[in-house]
Design a protein. Structure first.
Lengths: 341, 341
């Protein structure tokens, strides 16, 4: 894209002049005049105001390029952790002049491959995948190679696959389980269970590994792979409570709520009889009954890192094809207590 | 856009032939071949399969038009009612071949006007506003006239302004408050309060009207306008509990959670000492402490109606410029009980 001519008859704007007035760099002025992304809305506004003040015509409105569209592929938005990520990603992309296209998946709806095909058809500049198929080791990573060959950069959040060459952003699943195990052990629990989603997902697999590392191989008996939902937690709890577990660590807060429901169904109290640790944390979790003790995902840091990595890629400076791992934190509320003796 | 030529050398596809094979109308086949929106993904797939079976080349991939982009302007996604709407709107738009652009607002972030300007710059085909400025009677409706003159159809959810000529989709706020008042009155409550957001918002205003209609003008003393958040509910509750209210009706579930917190802060139990009714309902609300009695917004019906109205507008058949009002329902859980005598 070339430097656009100023309004006819107006003097050619002098970059240095405008930059001084707007208190920004000449490069920034140039980006704004050329309608390039990567400039915060407030800064852009300041440059346009400087043009007005100095009597230069504003640049003719430029048609944004299709490559300014960024796909955001998410699972359903029912689990509040996904909108939490989406909100931060959306706002940070918009702040840099990019336009986020939201693509959600539901069972029976468009598949991730269809969504990606539509995004490529649209000519998107890049894609951020949130808990996508990349986290599912049973699927074919070739779909991502297609993006690479089409020169469309992408970043993958929450899941890691060494057969895909891209920047990954993940929470430290091992640390999350270690924190939860230590917390329950400190409270005197010796019979601890783990309820996570299907084993083909990287986060489930890593949590299982960390669980066995912390408690030894025989602890495999008290690992249940079900679904990440309330009903999944409920199903896992039936088996774990039958095995006499007094503390249960979950792969999501939704699962933890299902575990609490299952415990109550058989007359057990949480936390007096059973301690439950969730995973994710979101604004309503402090209000659950009981307020959930949970391991919080560093959503803001992770979302910002994903956007940052994508912006670097879009700016032509590829970031390292590696996994950026973020530290979760244990938030102790009311669903865990000393084991009953 | 003209009918694209089939792959070179292949016979020209005969619409009737393909339509029979795909078991769809000729018009639908034509839409698919011309890459027009308004065809469900499954149907499109069926037509492409029919082409394959009959040995016709698939149409050359067509660059989608900018007008297939649809803006979805929402407030922050922290209140789970907004992602609930966003998910359904996104999926229904995608099912019809449109691509939704998500625009969220936060205090200090892009304003609605800036978001709209960006969407217009993008050449979007239409916009759905969710709880936007249209619900704020203190703002200038001229911004919507600009869209009308630019021939960009839009639909407004949750808020009504008779100075804007567009299809509106709203829950019946009057009915919502009537249901809540009747429920509390049936439980013997005579001192009832209303905690809603700022008076300049249409839903707050309507809830207040319905409250005074049900309980008489003197009930205006027990109406508190604060913010739709947890903290807003907490602030409203302090005043309402001081006035001796035993039942409090809220403008959002977040407010209701704040009211419960304020009641407990002064040693009151919910529902034994104070009954609380929320508004919205979302997947985590059954798990709050206590499980919240709330008035559920008919999210699916409203989101579908908004998409339906926009699709009609995009298809060139303007729908009536009126308000489509949807019936909420009272979900009785554990935050309301018989008044203490």
């Amino acid at each position: 894209m070339t430097h656009p001519a100023p309004g006819s008859g107006a003097p050619a704007p002098r970059l240095a002049h405008i930059a001084t007035q707007a208190k920004v760099s000449e490069a920034t002025v140039s980006r704004v005049l050329n309608g390039k992304p990567g400039v915060a809305a407030a800064t852009r506004q300041r440059v346009l105001a400087a043009l007005d003040v100095l009597g230069y015509a504003r640049p003719v409105r430029l048609k944004p390029r299709a490559t300014d569209l960024i796909g955001l592929v998410t699972p359903e938005l029912t689990n509040p952790i996904f909108p939490a990520f989406a909100q931060i990603i959306e706002q940070q992309l918009a702040g840099h002049g990019y336009t986020p296209i939201l693509c959600t998946q539901i069972p029976g709806g468009a598949t991730e491959d269809e969504l990606v095909e539509q995004l490529v058809d649209r000519g998107v500049g890049g894609i951020i995948f949130l808990s996508g198929l990349h986290a599912d080791l049973s699927t074919d990573p070739a779909r991502y190679e297609a993006l690479t060959s089409a020169d469309i950069p992408y970043v993958l959040i929450n899941g890691y696959n060494d057969r895909i060459s891209a920047p990954f952003v993940s929470p430290d699943d091992h640390a999350a389980v270690r924190m939860a195990v230590t917390h329950l052990a400190d409270l005197g629990h010796t019979r601890i269970g783990l309820a996570v989603g299907p084993a083909r997902y990287v986060p489930s697999r890593r949590k299982r590994e960390a669980f066995l590392t912390a408690l030894g191989e025989p602890a495999a008996q008290t690992v249940q792979h079900t679904l990440f939902s309330v009903e999944g937690g409920q199903a896992a709890a039936v088996a774990l409570l039958d095995q006499g577990c007094t503390g249960i660590i979950c792969g999501s807060d939704m699962m933890a709520l299902g575990v609490i429901r299952a415990a109550r169904d058989r007359g057990l109290r949480v936390p007096q009889d059973v301690s439950v640790v969730g995973y994710d944390d979101s604004p309503l979790i402090p209000f659950t009954d009981p307020p959930l003790t949970t391991v919080r995902q560093p959503v803001h840091a992770m979302a910002s890192a994903a956007v940052g990595a994508l912006l670097e890629e879009l700016g032509g400076s590829p970031v390292q094809r590696t996994e950026y791992v973020f530290q979760p934190e244990l938030v102790v509320r009311g669903s865990t207590a000393q084991v009953r003796t």
